[in-house]
Design a protein around this ligand. Structure first.
Ligand SMILES: *Cc1c(COP(=O)(O)O)cnc(C)c1O
Length: 396
């Protein structure tokens, strides 16, 4: 692979390793272990494992390595470690770098399981966590301390789509020597320039746009070679959160088409947001690509003007209206994944964010009328017509 290739070329050819058969499509090395030519070779490999040498699939596997190299090339990261799910990536990145007595500052608008790791798991092992409003730079400034080892945030939050200024938060964190860890799912690897903007560690749930077709779980941690091989790999290979070769192959194939899919889904999301904004059944249409969104300026500098593949609709009539709307949809499915070829609608207050107290939900803007809508690859005109009829039905 050439460093000078543009991302679409890297997505098709990056990381490819061919066997002696010279297959066109990447092989699935569905094997747990690897055979050594001699006892001496086995001994040598356990002392030092070369770049393209393998011992055991929990440590690494050729298909998994292809996926790691391809996503690292897209992200512009030195290295990557692939994990069994997005949550294995969040847990692996944070737990591998932190110890008792460390301090972490985190945005409070988080995916439920991320919040659980920060609020309920890390704190059990003596890590202190301070939560801030991620969009408030003064709050980040006030929260960081000399013993702050990491800051954590979702660059675009779920489900209220607040955008966090990676460059500004990185400047604040780096001033006290803290690592910047970004869960970048909603920004997608296609639009991300998180590392250039100051992130030290970037995490994706590959279950979302990277697969993009609802088949497998996966995740990835991206960062410097030192951090990935020196800190993350020892933790992951001994604790068992590695990605399976079959899932890695599915995700490799997902990467080949991710840029086409995410661009089409983002175009449709903007078309939908524009078409539905101001509908009388809606209190708010939340989409970062709309000029009226509070952080639309940040979208211009951070994501090249692209608002991503998800929008959230806040219905005036609360839970009853949201449920009536969901039940009237004909094309989208009701489910809680996102980034999929199929449009997916979900009611966060009663599903993904049900565990939160009503007070926490209020604070995060997760109202009873809020519906999160992940835009798929269907014809956007069909989606607009379907969402309109469902919204009209709520008023009838
Ligand atoms: C889905 C998601 C995760 C978790 O990923 P899994 O693959 O489901 O484990 C983490 N963070 C964000 C922002 C997500 O959307």
């Amino acid at each position: 692979m050439s460093e000078s290739w543009n991302s679409r070329t890297k997505l098709v050819h990056g990381g490819t390793r061919r066997s002696q058969y010279n297959e066109v499509s990447e092989a699935i090395y569905l094997t747990q272990g690897f055979v050594y030519d001699s006892a001496e070779q086995a001994e040598a490999r356990f002392i030092e494992t070369g770049d393209d040498e393998f011992i055991y699939a929990r440590y690494g596997n050729p298909t998994v390595a292809m996926f790691e190299d391809r996503i690292a090339a897209l992200e512009g990261a030195e290295d990557a470690f692939a994990t069994a799910s997005g949550m294995a990536a969040v847990n692996g990145a944070l737990t591998s770098m932190l110890k008792a007595g460390d301090h972490v500052v985190s945005a409070k608008a988080l995916f439920g399981s991320c919040l659980y790791i920060l609020e309920n798991i890390l704190t059990r092992f003596g890590v202190e966590v301070t939560f801030v409003d991620g969009t408030d730079l003064d709050a980040w400034r006030a929260a960081v301390r000399p013993d702050t080892k990491a800051v954590f945030f979702e660059s675009m939050s779920n489900p209220t789509l607040e955008v966090i200024d990676i460059r500004a938060v990185a400047e604040i964190a780096h001033a006290v020597g803290a690592r910047v860890v970004v869960d970048n799912v909603f920004s997608t690897p296609v639009y991300s320039e998180a590392i250039a903007q100051g992130a030290d560690v970037v995490i994706y749930s590959a279950t979302k746009h990277i697969d993009g077709q609802g088949r497998v779980l996966g995740g990835v941690i991206l960062g410097t070679k030192d951090f990935i091989r020196g800190t993350v790999e020892p933790y992951m290979k001994h604790t068992g959160g590695s990605l399976s070769p079959f899932n890695a192959w599915t995700l490799l194939k997902g990467l080949e088409t991710i840029s086409l899919r995410v661009n089409a889904q983002t175009e449709s999301a903007l078309a939908l947001a524009e078409a539905l904004e101001g509908h009388p059944a809606l209190a708010r249409t939340i989409y970062p690509g709309l000029p009226g969104h509070a952080q639309n300026g940040l979208i211009q500098t951070q994501l090249g003007g692209r608002g991503g593949t998800v929008l959230s609709l806040d219905l005036k009539g609360g839970k009853d209206a949201a449920f009536a709307f969901l039940n009237a949809l004909r094309i989208p499915v009701i489910s809680n994944n996102l980034g999929d070829a199929k449009s997916i609608a979900t009611h966060p207050a009663t599903t993904t964010h049900q565990r939160l107290s009503e007070e926490q939900r209020d604070e995060l803007g997760i109202t009873a009328g809020l519906v999160r809508f992940s835009v798929g690859l269907e014809d956007p005109q069909d989606l607009i017509a379907d969402l309109r009829q469902a919204l009209d039905g709520v008023l009838a």
